[in-house]
Ligand binder design. Structure first.
Ligand code: DON
Length: 313
């Protein structure tokens, strides 16, 4: 992929924002977590952090939003650091073809979730981070990791969102209890879910999220030089984002956008352009699969106009 000059990229990002801004409000804001329904559906932000060190923003790119399932990328990176390939005994690496909160495969597959990005898989990943720690410490580790990656200590949990999901997360409780019955959850359900709900409730802006994801575009390294994960691990996390990051819409996202991506029901999407950039978009209205409707369109348009794709230039 050919790098794009900073002024050109600025113009492209501005152009995508301007062309799609009239469609703000598209899709339906998630309301199964009541606090998420309070967000302004007109919000729309875009940020591109490049391996050259630029952060290009448009719209509401500096407003914090609930990262929800985008957090699963970061907990996966931490858990692989802790357990290495041992993690794959507890969670698979195949697309599920089912909704993010589906329970159907868990019975057939004996409590081993298909991949680390569906809720069941992410709950197992979080459970693995609790080993030897109190919930507060595990959450602290996740937050510190994000502070380090984004070089920004102001990132915090939105406690109202966490409480809201804690009070209504019955499906996740079902998934967690079901896995506990198979011995694939090693801690009490309320402890593991306590950490999981709080990691999902972390609030970040598009600019912070793009910066935090940049190591995945930069062979596992910070652009300032430090190593986060190995080059091979960065590739593999990208592969999982491509194949599983949008649940039962992962194929459609790969077809339309052509980049590894991870969505969240807060309306955020993190996409990775290997070697070039990390892109974060936010628009709270979701499509039928629970992924940002306008956010996906913005990535599709930006990928088209930049020529960015992992499937060829
Ligand atoms: O567990 C849940 O249902 C939410 N905390 C996260 C789900 C989510 O973000 C799905 N992504 N599109």
């Amino acid at each position: 992929m050919t790098p794009i000059s900073t002024p050109d990229l600025h113009a492209l990002v501005e152009g995508v924002y301007a062309d799609l801004a009239p469609f703000r409000g598209e899709g339906a804001v998630a309301d199964y977590i009541p606090q998420l329904a309070r967000v302004d559906p007109q919000s729309f932000g875009l940020a591109v952090a490049t391996t050259g060190g630029d952060v290009i923003t448009a719209g509401d790119a500096l407003a914090p939003f609930s990262i929800q399932s985008v957090s699963k990328v970061f907990t996966l990176a931490l858990a692989l650091g802790k357990w290495g390939d041992g993690l794959w005994k507890r969670v698979g690496r195949e697309p599920s073809g089912t909704a993010f909160n589906s329970i159907v495969q868990l019975e057939q597959e004996k409590g081993i979730p298909r991949n680390p990005f569906i809720n069941a898989g992410a709950i197992v990943v979080t459970d693995s981070l609790l080993a030897g720690h109190q919930p507060r410490e595990a959450l602290g580790e996740i937050l510190r990791f994000l502070h380090f990656l984004a070089d920004d200590e102001s990132i915090v949990v939105d406690q109202a969102v966490a409480r809201s999901e804690q009070a209504t997360g019955f499906r996740n409780q079902a998934l967690a209890n079901y896995m506990r019955a198979f011995g694939n959850l090693h801690h009490p359900v309320d402890l593991t879910l306590g950490v999981y709900f709080h990691q999902c409730a972390i609030a970040m802006s598009c600019a912070q999220l793009a910066k935090a994801g940049l190591f995945l575009a930069n062979a596992g390294r910070l652009i300032t030089g430090g190593s986060v994960v190995s080059r091979e691990r960065a590739r593999r996390i990208n592969a999982l984002m491509l194949t599983c990051g949008h649940y039962d819409a992962s194929g459609d996202f790969a077809y339309r956008v052509g980049l590894p991506g991870k969505s969240g029901v807060g309306g955020g999407i993190l996409a990775i352009v290997p070697g070039q950039a990390a892109i974060a978009v936010w628009s709270p209205g979701l499509n039928a699969n629970g992924n940002s409707a306008l956010g996906t369109r913005a990535l599709e348009l930006l990928a088209q106009r930049t020529g960015w794709s992992v499937f060829g230039g």
